[in-house]
Design a protein around this ligand. Structure first.
Ligand code: AMP
Length: 425
């Protein structure tokens, strides 16, 4: 009996993996331009890291973690997101002492959540994310937003919308929290169990509830924007004015909350507005987390970051019908005829490859016609043909598959001639 892939995971096969590499190339280049450096943290961490770093009241920690006990009786968890581990590493490696502040990092790797799989939602998915830790300058908020929008734009996405909100500083949030409790408390019995327990622990998360979305009290709930104090309001206005200066469009949605305790000031999501993208339209989520580093045992330094999944990025590209030239086309297929010529091509193909030419030959003992067919399937730009006679005369035939032009050249000139021809293309 064969064994199938686990639910909520997928194989990224050749033919699709090139799309992933294409996006990885874009993210790497753009991060270099914005001076964000890559960080790689472990796939698993101590469970406590996420309990503290993501928050005990979140769905992720309460319902979705892949937690296990290892042979040494430690509780470990496959990482459900990237920020907690990056902040752990920031503290553990004392990056706050680095003269270059803020510390600007990016990551790209698999995350694991036990969610109900559906289109755009997997149990293993790959997140690309960015964290800028050590600055509370609205210009860094604008930079992080510019970076993500630059990535989408460079990939050709047009139907994306940046949605922005401010959660204010601690004082603003205390005032807002009280207003929310006052608003929901009298009728909290009409809400789901999760919301009932959220009322005291984290009332902002009620606004995020999927079950009670349509309840009339949701629509009439107070807006955070009315509770921002002077500092928070000015901060938010500054972020907006920088974005406007950068020519980045955005809309403001005061109901956009990122329910973790440590989130403050700028909160944002990027949505796909492409037709047929599916029910889940969020491509990217992020925000400022000024209390997190100290909560994780580090100094009281501010931070901001975002994450998007590659899976939804690719789905958005598909929904917008974006194609690109895959540059992995074969340069030269070497066709051979006869035992001696066949032996000779082992070295010949190797020489092409070490000269930086994408080359292939036959390993199935195929007839000449079938070798030509293989070259066609691989969309070879050139086919080189080596028969017994050519070998004896130290010659080889090159056929340009685009023009049909054929040329016989000296065997010892072959690699150099082909290299020149490739350069001309
Ligand atoms: P979050 O860490 O929940 O704020 O999610 C940030 C981004 O990660 C989302 O906007 C999605 O692009 C992506 N994402 C989150 N959960 C999943 C999932 N289960 N499958 C695929 N992508 C996900």
């Amino acid at each position: 009996m064969s064994i199938n892939i686990p639910r909520g995971t997928q194989d990224i096969l050749p033919g699709t993996v090139e799309k992933w590499q294409h996006i990885e190339k874009i993210t790497t280049e753009i991060c270099r331009n914005y001076q964000y450096k890559e960080i790689r943290t472990p796939i698993f961490e101590h469970t406590e890291l996420f309990q503290r770093g993501v928050g005990d009241t979140t769905d992720i920690v309460q319902k979705e973690m892949y937690t296990f006990t290892d042979r040494g009786d430690r509780s470990l968890t496959l990482r459900p997101e990237g920020t907690a581990a990056v902040v752990r590493s920031f503290v553990e490696n004392k990056m706050f002492g680095d003269p270059n502040q803020p510390v600007k990092l990016y990551y790209n790797g698999p995350m694991f959540r036990y969610e109900r799989p559906q289109s755009g939602r997997y149990r293993q998915f790959v997140q690309f994310g960015v964290e800028a830790i050590g600055s509370e300058d609205p210009a860094i908020d604008a930079e992080v937003l510019a970076l993500v929008m630059d990535i989408y734009k460079t990939a050709g996405l047009q139907k994306v919308e940046l949605v922005l909100n401010s959660l204010g500083d601690k004082d603003s949030r205390v005032a807002y929290r009280n207003a929310l409790i006052e608003h929901f408390q009298p009728r909290i019995g009409e809400f789901c169990e999760d919301c009932q327990s959220r009322l005291e622990k984290n009332p902002m998360r009620i606004l995020d509830c999927k079950k009670d979305r349509e309840h009339e009290l949701m629509k009439s709930a107070p807006s955070i924007l009315d509770y921002l104090n002077e500092y928070s309001r000015t901060y938010f206005e500054k972020v907006q004015s920088y974005l406007t200066a950068l020519g980045i469009d955005f809309t403001i949605d005061p109901t956009l909350v990122r329910g973790l305790d440590y989130y403050n000031h700028t909160a944002f999501e990027v949505m796909s507005r492409a037709d047929g993208f599916g029910a889940i339209t969020t491509l990217c989520g992020g925000g400022r987390y000024n209390g997190l580093v100290s909560q994780m045992g580090g100094p009281d330094v501010p931070g901001i970051g975002f994450a998007f999944s590659m899976e939804r990025f690719l789905a958005a590209m598909e929904a917008e019908g974006i194609a690109w030239e895959d540059d992995n086309r074969l340069d030269c297929y070497v066709v051979s005829l006869g035992e001696e010529a066949k032996d000779y091509t082992v070295k010949l193909v190797h020489d092409l490859r070490t000269a930086g030419i994408k080359a292939e030959r036959d390993y199935q003992n195929r007839k000449m016609k079938a070798q030509f067919k293989a070259a066609d399937r691989l969309q070879a730009r050139f086919v080189a043909i080596l028969g017994e006679d050519e070998l004896k005369e130290n010659k080889i035939n090159i056929k340009d598959m685009e023009t049909g032009e054929q040329q016989e050249i000296a065997l010892d000139q072959f690699v150099e001639t082909l290299r020149k021809k490739m350069e001309e293309k």
